[in-house]
Design a binder for this molecule. Structure first.
Ligand SMILES: Nc1nc2c(c(=O)[nH]1)N[C@H]1C(S)=C(S)[C@@H](COP(=O)(O)O)O[C@H]1N2
Ligand SMILES: [Mo]
Length: 424
């Protein structure tokens, strides 16, 4: 029967084509039904049902459908001084659930991606310890390991929005965050193996990239929930995310999540390196810079609709979706406003609500086709409520870049287009 139904029933197929091309609402009301090739649509037998497909192992490492080729990390030209010291953003508007696929996790490097041969990989642990140690990757894999999903957010996420609405899309305004399931060794176990001296208080974490990125870490966090991770979402870390091992610091700013981790020094005070003095500090209105702002406060964003994910129906049942997270624990509630913050309704959390992980929320409503000013507001289990941008500026002034967790507003126009705006 390879001849197929299309050829066998020409009159019927022509009728459907004619019906669709005149725009008659045969099925549904949306424009989406008119799209595509009617020859492949019911009741016809589509092309892809007529031939055998690729066999197994032709695609030895699976990739997304070619129709999803637009779902990629993107950068912003004016933020890209050089490829080696730059950032690419997670396409949040194209994703659902809470886990970020490995190939779509935003990347931020200061000196490009270090290409490390795992056979040559070494992690040195020294300083105020009884017994300095050098671990190979195999050594790390012989420690008891844990699996935990955590969000990782650059402190500069939304930083370009501090003085006003700027970038048109949640990929750019909020896409310096990802959430994957890490497999790794609790850092505490490595420190126990080496034995801490009584005066140990801080650690220095150093990367093996050409930037040798370094940050000071309070010992308390290291003994609490820090991991030396080597897997993300089951497979080994991607080179761009620190292969073969990186530090994971749940809820803390991503700059401290040193990738390509090569050295941990135990000391009794912080080192005051570049990334914690010149960078990753917040200049306040009084001219003083706030330092060591480790924790990422509760934040949320509506990922759809959003500027890169406009509404393509004119009114009716509409699904609003977004993400919320907090460096202080679990998300307790997310509220959504359709009118720029005048009225709030409680969104529906769906999927696991995990400690310091992205949390997915939905709000379904009947859109009357009029303009909307969409906002979301996260609350975490400590009772902290995500502030408005105005509230943030009142406390922090306008000189900041980092730690902008203000409420985002999307303006949905009557034609379904969406724009990044601020409401007074
Ligand atoms: N060794 C090293 N670690 C690093 C960096 C770096 O440039 N070198 N960048 C930091 C910054 S600023 C961020 S935001 C995160 C980004 O992690 P990701 O690339 O996995 O998203 O890594 C951090 N760890
Ligand atoms: Mo960062």
């Amino acid at each position: 029967m390879a001849g197929g139904q299309g050829q066998g029933h020409p009159s019927r197929r022509m009728f459907l084509r004619a019906g669709l091309s005149t725009g008659t609402a045969i099925i549904g009301a949306g424009g989406a039904w008119a799209a595509g090739d009617p020859a492949n649509q019911p009741p016809n037998v589509p092309d892809w049902s007529r031939y055998l497909g690729d066999g197994v192992a032709v695609r030895a490492y699976g990739k997304p459908s070619k129709h999803e080729a637009h779902v990629v990390r993107r950068d912003v030209e004016w933020l890209t001084a050089s490829r080696e010291s730059s950032v690419s953003f997670t396409p949040l508007h194209e994703l659902d659930g809470i886990i970020t696929p490995n190939g779509l996790c935003f990347e931020r490097h200061h000196a490009g991606i270090a290409e490390i041969d795992p056979a040559d990989y070494r992690l040195i642990l020294h300083g105020l310890v009884d017994k300095p140690l050098i671990f190979t990757l195999d050594d790390l894999k012989r420690f008891p390991r844990v699996n935990r999903a955590y969000f990782c957010e650059c402190a500069a996420n939304s930083g370009m929005e501090w003085r006003g609405a700027q970038l048109n899309g949640c990929q750019y305004t909020h896409g310096m965050v990802h959430c994957v399931m890490y497999t790794g060794v609790p850092l505490k176990l490595l420190l126990q193996e080496a034995g801490l001296k009584a005066n140990a208080k801080w650690l220095l974490l150093e990367g093996a990239d050409a930037a040798a990125m370094t940050r000071s870490l309070p010992l308390q966090k290291a003994l609490d929930d820090a991991l030396v991770a080597y897997r993300m979402n089951g497979e080994m870390l991607r080179p761009e995310n620190g292969y073969p091992a990186r530090i994971v610091l749940p809820g803390w700013e991503a700059n401290m999540w040193v990738k390509w981790l090569r050295r941990i020094e135990v000391g009794d005070e912080p080192w005051h390196h570049r990334e914690e003095t010149s960078k990753y500090t917040d200049l306040l209105a009084n001219g003083k810079a706030r330092r060591f702002t480790f924790v990422m406060d509760a934040k949320s964003v509506i990922t759809s609709p959003s500027p890169q994910a406009p509404l393509n129906h004119k009114k009716g049942f509409t699904v609003l979706s977004g993400l919320a997270w907090s460096g202080r624990g679990k998300i307790q509630r997310v509220d959504v406003s359709l009118d720029g913050g005048r009225n709030w309704r409680t969104a529906r959390l769906d999927g696991p609500v995990w400690d310091k992980a992205l949390t997915r929320f939905y709000y379904e409503f009947d859109w009357d086709g009029r303009e909307l000013l969409l906002q979301s507001r996260a609350m975490d289990e400590t009772g902290y409520v995500q502030p408005t941008k105005a509230e943030l500026r009142k406390v922090r002034g306008v000189n900041s870049i980092y730690h902008n967790n203000g409420i985002q507003t999307w303006h949905v126009k009557a034609n379904g287009e969406v724009e990044n705006v601020e409401v007074a």
